[in-house]
Write a protein that binds this ligand. Structure first.
Ligand SMILES: Cc1ncc(COP(=O)(O)O)c(C=O)c1O
Length: 369
């Protein structure tokens, strides 16, 4: 067989494929159990809006038709909800696709991409795919879990083109305030684009949380990324969106594939916007679960990072991979912290009350607490 590796671009040879962890089906088959509590991917366990389900059913027979490549209806609905010019709204196959578009439309080999560590995996992935220089800025704060915006702005050079700011940050659940981001933006020069990744936006409770749409309205080079995967519970449909100035949106969309967002995804997303009660239920469930889990972690004497998202980063005081294995044997999956450089921490998604109790019972057994 001829050697395919001679054809592969040098810069992508070292990429390790994304590891999603074991699926619930795999865990059930491996352990011969019938129930898995999946708290590994920050999904919304309450599921989608009934309005979204109804809209998908109504559209199912039309899937022989290509979807609207301009996403006009969904952009209009998002524009109205967020008081934002629909011309500046981009729809992606998940916000992941828009992160990728930022790379393919803006980045040349050798450009510098700044992100905070530990990062969401797509930022280093995009920088590597585009053969860019990674500028990694370690997080700061008492646990090393807060973006260091001073250091990030100090890291900007003439070659910097793109800066990723996750707010809230995954895996830590920390946020940046309006004041912090305003100060940061005042230091970002005109040749840099800032991508605010707000995948967990709906869950944030802090009144100080940064408001980033205004930068795009004011004509700065920013994009604010949001998603239907989390609070809207449509992760399986792969649909996300971004807010930018119309000129910025036009540039980012240059490398967007036609018909990128599927017909069913578009109608489900739009119907979800018409059901604010669904998001409220998700947020209420999250708040109740958060309070319960904080209480249980306190009882067990475990340190955790207070979260503004739908997951909690918690220190288990043992190797996170070992903890993962032992939890999995008890039918619970979480994310290990070692992949983020925190060897004794795990990231657990806040589930339903039942799921949270299952997790706590399993964790209590594993840690002997
Ligand atoms: C910080 C962050 N950004 C972006 C995403 C991507 O979301 P999606 O592509 O499903 O919209 C995720 C998903 O987990 C995330 O945690």
């Amino acid at each position: 067989m001829p050697d395919i590796w001679k054809l592969v671009r040098e810069n992508v040879k070292g990429i390790t494929p994304y590891s999603p962890g074991k699926s619930s089906k795999e865990v059930m088959e491996e352990l011969g159990i019938t129930r898995v509590t999946k708290l590994a991917s920050n999904e919304n366990p309450l599921g989608p809006s009934p309005k979204a389900v109804e809209a998908m059913r109504a559209e199912i027979e039309n899937v022989y038709i290509y979807p609207d490549p301009t996403w006009a209806d969904l952009r209009a609905a998002l524009g109205e909800l967020h008081d934002f010019d629909p011309e500046g709204i981009i729809i992606g196959r998940g916000s992941d696709e828009i992160i990728h578009m930022l790379g393919t439309s803006l980045l040349n080999p050798g450009d510098e991409v700044i992100y905070s560590t530990p990062p969401f995996a797509l930022y280093p992935f995009t920088a590597t795919v585009m053969d860019c220089t990674h500028v990694k800025v370690p997080s700061t704060g008492p646990r090393g879990m807060d973006h260091d915006l001073d250091a990030m702005s100090a890291a900007i050079t003439d070659k910097t083109k793109l800066i990723f700011v996750a707010n809230p940050c995954n895996p830590t659940g920390t946020i940046l305030t309006r004041e912090q981001v305003d100060e940061f933006m005042a230091r970002v020069p005109d040749h840099c684009m800032v991508a605010f990744d707000e995948a967990y936006f709906e869950y944030v409770q802090s009144p100080d949380y940064a408001e980033t749409l205004q930068y795009a309205r004011d004509g700065l080079l920013t994009i604010t990324l949001r998603t239907f995967s989390k609070a809207y519970a449509l992760a399986g449909l792969r649909i996300g969106y971004g807010f930018a100035h119309p000129d910025v949106a036009r540039a980012v969309k240059l490398t967007c594939e036609p018909f990128n967002a599927g017909l069913i995804s578009l109608v489900a997303a739009q119907a979800s916007l018409g059901d604010p009660g669904q998001v409220k239920r998700a947020v209420d469930n999250n708040e109740a679960g958060k309070a319960y889990l904080y209480g249980e972690f306190d009882r067990m004497g475990l340190e955790y990072q207070p979260t503004e998202a739908n997951f909690i980063f918690v220190e288990v005081g043992m190797d996170s991979k070992e903890c993962f294995d032992q939890l999995m044997r008890r039918g619970v999956t979480v994310r290990t912290g070692d992949i983020f450089g925190f060897d004794e921490w795990i990231r657990v998604t806040i589930g339903t009350p039942d799921e949270n109790q299952h997790f706590i019972a399993a964790l209590g057994e594993v840690l002997g607490k």
